[in-house]
Design a protein around this ligand. Structure first.
Ligand code: NAG
Ligand code: NAG
Length: 441
């Protein structure tokens, strides 16, 4: 029903372009009607968000074929159309919203009621909050929409009231709003190496500069149900020129106070990353009456150091020879080890079918893991010239890592002690192996 009005994906007007997004109005409660996607505590009603007059780059070719947003011919009290007028608050990366729409990138959009800080739920003007996420690693925006009082409607005919929201609609049947505050992030999920540095992106735009009541910022880390403050910053309105007060709860956590105040850039820099830095970061910006958040997920990775117990294996019929493949100090936990063999007559390595096993994982003090894979190799099926490979796959490795050992022909002649020693090593090794096996079963 709503789609009838979506003439084109992009619509141009005199000042810029309009974007029409399919959204849901999310409301608490609602009993039996609730929970289209599970839950049941919220109701989701289809709604439309029209962003008017977004600025566009003048050389943007893709905007040639656009048609203006057409409001419904006959305004209806049951339609939910949030119209956002071009306003003094810039919508960051508006261009990407325009293109997402045309490139069929999914834009997740939810609108809900918003009560400003320190006011009563019924206070006027009414506010809504719109959360937009451009699919495929796109920008995420949380915008506070302020409902505009409809002055032109002071004519003889009373304005149409939206049936669900009980708010007056414009003459074209839309709820007129403007953006008064935005918090956004251009990357909501990132992966960084252990020991490295990273920056978690978060920014805001606001109407009043400086905001009445000062500016507040908090970065919090949530991990598996517990959380702590990573950094806090505040400016106090009365102390203009005093500069923001920053306190970090983690060594090496910082925000550039000048960038924060001048450009609305409150990105968090973290240096010397540890496993403990992994988790979900919540960037909360408070500006006067408004407070909203963005979420940025940080994943830490460290590739395994892979090595084999033997550089070479001397061929012998009996007994079976034990090989160990060590994968050390990696993160996160999931690692895959495969044993392969390739003889001089084969073109491709094949999977080894003999007995293999894995030690239990050991976790080091720095949070990284180690594991050892064992192979009990029956050399009778692997003649000299064969290579035995341990192949390790882990998300921190671009491609799988191979370490190989070569089966060598036994040295003929007088190397009696060498042979004795290798037999001894193998016997002791096997005994240890069985012991390890026994303790891990
Ligand atoms: C903040 O500044 C950094 C460094 O200049 C930049 O890479 C990042 O995109 C900016 N982020 C926001 C939200 O403005
Ligand atoms: C085994 O490895 C050696 C050294 O890496 C290589 O020169 C040789 O060609 C390999 N043999 C086979 C059968 O792949």
């Amino acid at each position: 029903m709503l789609n009838v009005f979506m003439i084109g994906c992009l619509v141009s007007s005199a000042y810029g372009a309009d974007v029409v997004l399919s959204c849901f109005l999310v409301e608490e409660g609602g009993g039996m009607m609730g929970g289209m996607g599970g839950g049941g505590l919220f109701t989701r009603t289809p709604a439309m968000l029209v962003l008017r007059d977004l600025p566009t780059a003048s050389d943007s070719d893709s905007l040639d074929s656009v048609t203006p947003f057409n409001p419904p011919e006959k305004p209806s009290a049951d339609e939910l159309i949030f119209e956002v007028k071009g306003s003094s608050v810039e919508i960051p990366d508006a261009e990407s919203l325009l293109h997402a729409d045309c490139n069929e990138q999914e834009v997740n959009c939810e609108i809900s009621r918003y009560v400003t800080r320190g006011s009563d739920p019924g206070a006027r003007p009414t506010h809504f909050i719109a959360s937009l996420q451009v699919g495929g690693e796109g920008i995420s925006l949380t915008m506070v929409l302020q409902v505009l009082t409809n002055e032109e409607a002071a004519s003889e005919t009373p304005p149409l009231m939206q049936s669900k929201l009980e708010l007056p609609l414009s003459q074209s049947g839309t709820l007129l709003t403007e953006v008064v505050f935005v918090v956004f992030s251009r990357s909501q999920s990132l992966t960084a190496p252990l020991g490295g540095d990273t920056q978690l992106d978060c920014g805001f735009r606001q109407q009043d500069t400086p905001p009445v009541g000062g500016l507040g910022l908090e970065w919090r880390l949530q991990y598996k149900g517990s959380g702590h403050k990573v950094l806090e910053m505040s400016t106090v309105e009365e102390e203009a020129g005093a500069g923001p007060h920053v306190s970090a709860g983690r060594e090496g956590a910082s925000v550039d106070p000048a960038l924060a105040v001048e450009e609305g850039n409150v990105s968090l820099t973290l240096t010397n990353l540890r496993v403990a830095d992994e988790g979900t970061y919540i960037c909360t910006v408070t500006s006067g009456m408004f407070q909203t958040q963005q979420i940025v997920k940080l994943h830490i990775t460290q590739p395994p150091k892979v090595s084999l117990s033997e550089e070479k294996v001397i061929y012998q019929e009996e007994p079976a020879q034990k090989l160990s493949c060590h994968c050390n100090s990696y993160y996160p936990l999931d690692v895959e080890v495969e044993w392969l063999s390739i003889s001089s007559s084969e073109a491709e390595p094949t999977s080894i079918t003999e007995e293999t096993s894995l030690s239990s994982h050991r976790q080091h003090a720095d949070g990284t893991f180690s594991v050892t894979a064992y192979l009990l190799l029956l050399l009778s099926t692997h003649p000299p010239g064969t290579n035995i490979t341990c192949r390790v796959t882990h998300q921190a490795l671009g491609s799988a890592v191979d370490v190989s050992t070569r089966v060598l022909a036994p040295e003929t002649g007088d190397n009696f002690y060498g042979i004795m020693i290798s037999i001894l090593v193998v016997t002791v090794g096997t005994a240890v192996f069985y012991q390890v096996m026994g303790s891990t079963v």
